[in-house]
Ligand binder design. Sequence first.
Ligand code: EPU
Length: 302
Amino acid sequence: MRIEDPKILAALPELSVELRRGASLAELTSLGIGGSTDLLRIGTHESIPGLLNLLDSRGVAHRFLGGGSNLLVGDGELPWVVLQLASPDPDVVLEGNFAQVDAAADLGRTVTYCAKHDLGGMEGLIGVPGTVGGALRMNAGAYGMQIGSYVREVKLYRAATRQIEILRGEQISFEYRHTSFAPDDMMLAVKLELPSKAYREILQGIRICNEKRRSSQPLGQKSAGCIFKNPPGASAGRMIDELGLKGLSVGDARVTDRHANFFVNAGQASAKDMLTLIADVRERVRSAFRVELENEVVIWSA
Ligand code: EPU
């Protein structure tokens, strides 16, 4: 979608919003799939309610993009604009055991920065790509930990009240790859409370997680991490593997040999290819195991 409305175009500079015309979502997502649309980069949190009121009043649909690492976007010209926070400098501020982190901060760099200041707990998240805001919204987790355990406060734009609000950790429920945030709430910043731990010790934990990840996941290939959530008490990857589906492909969308719950874009895969592969694998698992796999990847179909 291209913004042509003069009223919106005139208001963007005062709102500290930068317009990037015809941004390619394939370039903004780790899967390397997705069509194009106008991208609005937001410079200050405080302008968000005004920007959203303006877009809504002028009938411009929008989606919020984090780091694009858990996302499958549709092909072609997209029917909504994309909003993304620009990262402030600094994006992490430490005070005792608390880390105040902007949602646009890179997750891996945040974990490392905290580690260097002897704050641990998030070692398992080190290889997870994306932003802190994205990790928060999905309650990202790995190797027995999840980010939600450390959340003490969240600053967000709440779609229900159309305002920026601060929620305390206890007001939010964090479950397996799921939170109580509404789909159109926008994460802005989070206050984490992290346990004190010596950098040396944290580094050891980081190395172990890195090694496990390297040996079991297709790092360096274009993926969105795991495609399906694990059903209670089972592993989606193991089930898909047991059906002999590693290597199954539709166009350039392929189930990796390394881990059967990672589907990669091995070249020029389209969203249609990837969606067909996802539907095919889900159907095979359903008929073999009588289990309905739920998507872990977020899908923005056009
Ligand atoms: N397995 C197979 N074949 C495969 C893949 C896995 O037999 O192709 C077996 C493994 O041998 C293991 C079991 O399945 O016995 C579980 O596999 P793994 O340890 O790789 O964990 P997972 O359940 O597949 C989960 C998360 C990952 C996270 C890892 C490590 C989900 C859907 N996946 O994977 O998260 O990194 O544990 O904690 O919850 C993600 O969220 O995108 C993600 C990749």
